[in-house]
Design a protein around this ligand. Structure first.
Ligand code: GLA
Length: 679
């Protein structure tokens, strides 16, 4: 792992980048340490085989302790030391958190919550995304950084800010209000168009002048959902604009690739990353196991598949993850024996060619002092360091997979905008939540050994055999057409409830739900009949369902299941319509996990997608090149599993004949020649 930075072998994402091994990287915060510690750090980084180090992520207050000139002396020294050690630098522009003087001298840069409360400095990201003063100060720093380090021989990657929107995505201050109005003028042109789009005839909300338009601040009643949806779009765009402002300064002074670390995760939903992705030279994601969720490993797989979608199938970078516990969940679970390797490989299996950690050396002070690190508080003596060494050696052995693509015959259409809108204030049921629906179907496919490409609405789905469309509440006509085309050209398409209900302005598509898919599914929903929190309904098949039921009228579909009881008793609950060479299935309820699994088993059989009953605690994913196939098997279980695959195991360096026995908690990456082309 001491070779140069690697992203992709077959199709380098960034021309000129060296290729050949999986990159091992980390965040490093030298500001927190005396320079004598740096020497030790760099020696140990070399021992571990660290290729790429992210620095200056939170460096601004050290570079500019007071307004005025920058002091780059310490940054110069650490850049030189890393270069001398052959370690490449992922250089933070340093703008993620301003120094304390910013709030004192420019308090108008502080963001405000929806109720008008000020977000004070003292944590991080205390800045309004639309603040011109913050932008100006940040760009002064970026300009100085680009001029000083743009050609530095250690520089491999520019790292704009850090996790843009982690804490400051939605700002409701007056500065944001003005920026929101500018954004709306660009979107709608005239106030009349805005009034129409937002349906402001309702509740006396019609605007007579632009100046009256505000962010959707805290109100006594539900707000206007179209207003809220546009504010979320604006807020995502405001941060993207900030990224692009920094990016443009960097590109004008440096030819080194530019990216930022995204947060494709269950607890952050404020950025529509489909619109961000084209502006990043490579897609980089931060992912941590979230123990607040029912199945954190299934969420890891979902996040990695979605990150690959953002990368349009190309290899991507895991920019941050943890070696063990984090420090920001209610209970911060340490990783169990072998879990570091299993989770890291979970990302590699799903397309990551770089695995980087937050952070190198565990901090002694500050809010993250209990966060794990490659070099833990126990130093090199404890088990933590030994695990870091083990992972590094393993990543070395996986070099042949670099640049290969993940093989998937199933797709899921995912939409941040539907996530925002479907969970608005005044929906038929708060219990129907977007992400859990997407997770449930993805988790079931994973437990059938089926890999899923997660794609944007409107993506051409030709070539996929199975397409799952969970709760795609808002979409355009073109998005709907892409899904219908997939069915017509042979895919089995499954649409789940509360999809295709509204247009892009959150206005109902008239004529009976789901307006965008009525024709495709050959059925119409006359009324939503949601269920009480603990209620379940029985279906004719014996399946049970929760949360949601509907009064469905079939037009041209076959009825595959029916509600036996509950508010929609006797109504169809599952329908199928033959469409061209494929089919469109519709489920009118929230099936329980077992029923989702049974349904997907049936759909895979119809679609000709091979399924393997591996269960929810195993990952099986194939990465392929023109000539080779690498089958990743990650066994999170406490007993061994047997998988029918033969070849050479890169992990154990053994020949596997017939089938692979993967011991409890173990991983295998089996290289074999390609006999089929898959998707
Ligand atoms: C994110 C941030 C890091 C750090 C880690 C802790 O990834 O980018 O600065 O806070 O979380 O898990």
């Amino acid at each position: 792992m001491s070779t140069p930075l690697t992203l992709s072998a077959e199709q380098p994402l960034v021309p000129g980048w060296a290729t050949g091994t999986i990159t091992l990287g980390c965040d490093y915060n030298p500001e927190q340490w005396d320079e004598s510690v740096w020497v030790d750090d760099i020696r140990l980084m070399r021992e571990l085989g660290v290729d790429l180090v992210a620095i200056n992520i939170f460096g601004w207050a050290q570079l500019q302790p007071q307004p005025g000139p920058f002091d780059f002396s310490r940054l110069d020294r650490i850049m030189a030391m890393l270069h001398e050690a052959g370690i490449r630098v992922n250089l933070g522009t340093g703008t993620s958190s301003p120094p304390p003087w910013m709030a004192r001298i420019h308090p108008e840069t502080l963001p405000r919550f929806a109720d008008g409360t000020l977000a004070w400095p003292g944590g991080r990201q205390a800045w309004c995304p639309s603040s011109p003063i913050f932008r100006q100060k940040a760009l002064e720093l970026v300009t100085a950084m680009a001029e000083r380090y743009g050609d530095h021989p250690a520089l491999a990657l520019w790292h704009v800010s850090n996790e843009l929107g982690c804490h400051n995505a939605l700002c409701y201050c007056d500065v944001s209000a003005a920026a929101f109005r500018t954004w709306l003028r660009q979107r709608y042109g005239t106030l009349d168009a805005l009034n129409t789009a937002w349906g402001t005839a309702f509740w006396s909300q019609r605007y007579g002048t632009w100046d009256d338009v505000l962010p959707p601040r805290a109100t006594r009643s539900a707000g206007n959902p179209a207003h809220v949806l546009d504010f979320k779009r604006f807020s995502s765009d405001a941060l993207l604009e900030h990224y692009r402002a920094e990016e443009s300064v960097l590109r004008s002074r440096s030819s080194v690739p530019v990216t930022t670390n995204l947060m494709v995760t269950a607890h952050i939903q404020t950025q529509d990353y489909w619109s961000w992705a084209p502006h990043l030279d490579l897609i980089a994601n931060d992912h941590y196991l979230d123990h607040r969720l029912g199945d954190p490993l299934a969420e890891l797989a979902f996040s990695a598949d979605l990150t690959r979608g953002l990368a349009a199938g190309r290899p991507w970078m895991l920019m941050e993850t943890s070696t063990s516990a984090v420090s920001w969940q209610p209970v911060n679970h340490a990783k169990r024996e072998g879990e570091l390797v299993r989770t890291a490989l979970g990302h590699v299996a799903r397309g990551a060619d770089s695995i980087c950690f937050f952070q190198w050396r565990a901090s002694r002070s500050g809010a993250e002092k209990f966060h794990s690190a490659l070099l833990p508080h126990s130093g090199t003596a404890g088990a933590g360091w030994a695990q870091s060494l083990e992972l590094s050696a393993l990543l070395d052995r996986l070099s042949p997979v670099v640049g290969t693509r993940v093989d998937a015959r199933a797709a899921m259409v995912f939409s941040w905008q539907s996530w925002w809108a479907a969970e608005g204030d005044a929906q038929p049921s708060r219990l129907l939540q977007y992400l859990p629906e997407a997770h449930r179907y993805h988790r079931a496919l994973r437990s059938l050994g089926v890999t899923v490409d997660i794609v944007a609405p409107g993506t051409d789905l030709a070539g996929y055999d199975l397409v799952v469309v969970p709760t795609l509440y808002t979409l355009t006509d073109d998005d709907a057409r892409a899904i219908a085309d997939a069915a017509a050209s042979g895919a089995t398409v499954l649409i789940t409830p509360f999809s295709g209900i509204v247009d892009e302005n959150d206005a109902i598509r008239p004529g009976g739900y789901p307006g965008a898919f009525r024709e495709l599914i050959g059925a119409v929903v006359d009324e939503f009949r949601p269920l009480a929190a603990e209620a379940t309904v029985l279906l004719d098949s014996g399946r049970r369902a929760r949360i949601w039921s509907e009064q469905v009228r079939v037009l041209s579909a076959e009825v595959r299941d029916t509600f036996v009881d509950g508010p929609a008793a006797a109504s169809p609950a599952l329908t199928r319509r033959a469409v061209g060479a494929g089919s469109a299935w519709y489920t009118a309820t929230v099936l329980d996990d077992e029923s989702v699994l049974a349904l997907l088993r049936e759909l895979c059989a119809e679609a000709g997608v091979p399924a393997l009953e591996v269960g929810p605690d195993v990952d099986i994913v194939n990465r392929v090149s023109a000539t080779e196939r690498f089958t990743f098997i990650i066994n999170h279980r406490t007993e061994a599993i047997t998988v029918p695959v033969a070849g050479h195991d890169l992990v154990s360096d053994e020949r596997i004949e017939g089938s692979a026995v993967v011991p409890a908690g173990a991983v295998r990456v089996i290289a074999s020649g390609r006999s089929d082309r898959g998707h």
